[in-house]
Design a binder for this molecule. Structure first.
Ligand code: NAP
Length: 298
């Protein structure tokens, strides 16, 4: 019988800890942690993600500040807003909801975010510290995956881990985090030869290719752990309905693995929770608060 790594449940457990931590430490800090969410344009998925983040903030007691800019906004105007938020003493974390309109230079905007407030962990300074295995803001989806593995006592050290995908958002930082935790990591991508054979050697296989149902049971070793990062909305057989799926053909893979993440309810909820965690870490640092949440740091 394979174990379901329930990200929804873990995220609720962590949120409870975060809520307690904030209510106790607010007395010392004399204000709640603050998170600024910058959204540009009308991408509907971004609207849903920002709303979910806003709701998650209110569940634990983080004050959220939403800045919804029109897609006609200039690079300079967004830079100005980021600069203002960098200096704002009530803001501990800031994120730019991606994607943003193509005419804007995404990486340059992220570089402008104060690394101490870069709760998405995408600023060069934070990525550099990850490479050096020094403490810093870690990107949320990879950090959530590490917490999911740890909380189920799945060992990382010495394990053969194959990561499918090398994006700056998921594959690269995740591979580095697992390497820092002494996993033996192989990072793969669309040009990798013999992907199937490489995957079959993995004790832990992580699919972050963004391709629905790419991974079936032929990619998986008996007893492996499989983590599905992909999230896709597909039309279901009933034309008026849609359903979510990941990069893994779960019904085919589950009988073969020792543990797996469902989609939805696996990696996704952990991503939002780690955003809350990062915001609270920044707040904790600013007010030298107790570090009882440090075991959540990857
Ligand atoms: P991305 O930027 O499109 O990167 C995809 C990566 O997968 C690339 O490195 C690409 O290789 C590689 N790839 C694509 N097809 C492949 C194939 N057939 N075989 C091997 N490698 C392949 O996507 P991303 O931002 O990393 O996101 C990946 C998936 O995770 C998406 O479905 C996204 O929606 C999901 N996601 C979920 C969460 C969550 O919270 N659940 C968070 C972030 C992302 P090349 O580099 O060679 O092009």
């Amino acid at each position: 019988m394979s174990l379901k790594l329930d990200g929804k449940k873990l995220s609720l457990d962590i949120e409870e800890k975060l809520e307690n931590y904030i209510s106790i430490n607010k007395l010392i800090a004399k204000r709640s942690p603050g998170l600024a969410l910058i959204r540009i344009g009308e991408d509907p998925a971004s609207g849903v993600y920002v709303k979910n983040k806003e709701k998650a903030c209110s569940r634990v007691g983080i004050k959220s500040f939403i800045f919804h800019l029109e897609d006609t906004v200039s690079q300079k105007e967004v830079e100005k807003l980021i600069e203002k938020l960098n200096l704002d003493k009530n803001i501990d974390g800031m994120l730019l909801q991606l994607p943003i309109p193509k005419k804007l230079d995404e990486q340059s905007l992220i570089s402008n975010i104060n690394p101490e407030k870069d709760v998405d962990g995408l600023n060069e300074q934070n990525i550099g510290k990850l490479v050096k295995n020094e403490p810093a803001m870690r990107s949320c989806t990879p950090a959530g995956i590490v917490n999911l593995l740890r909380s189920h006592s799945i060992p990382i050290e010495g394990m053969k881990i194959v990561v499918i995908g090398r994006s700056l958002l998921v594959g690269k930082p995740l591979s580095l985090m697992l390497l820092n935790l002494n996993g033996t990591v192989t990072m793969t991508h669309s040009k990798t030869k013999n992907l199937n054979k490489l995957c079959r050697e993995a004790d832990i296989l992580i699919a972050a290719a963004g391709k629905p149902n790419l991974i079936d049971s032929s990619f998986v070793k008996d007893g492996a752990v499989i983590i599905d990062v992909g999230i896709h909305r597909l039309k279901s057989s009933d034309k008026n309905k849609t359903r979510l799926c990941g990069d893994v053909l779960l019904e085919d893979v589950i009988p073969k693995v020792s543990a797996y993440t469902p989609v939805p309810g696996g990696v996704g909820p952990m991503t939002v929770t780690m955003l809350l965690v990062n915001t609270i870490f920044s707040w904790q640092k600013q007010f030298s608060l107790s570090s009882t949440l440090n075991d959540l740091l990857p």
